[in-house]
Ligand binder design. Structure first.
Ligand SMILES: [Zn+2]
Length: 130
């Protein structure tokens, strides 16, 4: 390619073909023109603007994704807290029944199950904090 030719390539893809560079002189003010006689407007500036707009979008969508993830985490945290309190209330009733003399296998199993649930909840809270 001679140094004094523009060499700009038509934007976009043409069915996977190599885009043919402009054969006009460097710095020409008219539309670009390739060796096949096809012309296309000089639009580098507007293409750059589009690129700028695209460059902003990922940051914005990343911020939104982060915000949504935080919202989901807050909600999950709230649900875990509610579940924790619900299990605690049931455990309290079971312990009260045991103190009142109920030492049935059913109650022991129930206490073990509820304590296992709380251990799971505690584990998920700790894994989030890590
Ligand atoms: Zn050109």
């Amino acid at each position: 390619m001679p140094e004094n030719t523009c060499g700009a390539r038509k934007p976009g893809r043409e069915n996977g073909r190599h885009r043919i560079p402009c054969i006009r002189r460097t710095g020409h003010q008219t539309a670009h023109r390739d060796g096949l006689g096809q012309e296309w407007p000089q639009q580098e500036a507007s293409v750059d603007h589009q690129n700028d707009a695209r460059a902003v979008d990922p940051a914005r969508s990343a911020a939104r994704a982060q915000w949504e993830a935080q919202l989901a985490a807050d909600e999950a945290e709230l649900l875990r807290a509610e579940e924790w309190h619900a299990i605690s209330r049931r455990l309290d009733r079971c312990h009260a029944a045991q103190r009142a003399g109920d030492n049935s296998t059913y109650l022991r199993d129930r206490v073990a199950r509820l304590e296992a649930l709380q251990a799971c909840l505690l584990g998920s809270v700790e894994s989030l904090a890590a």
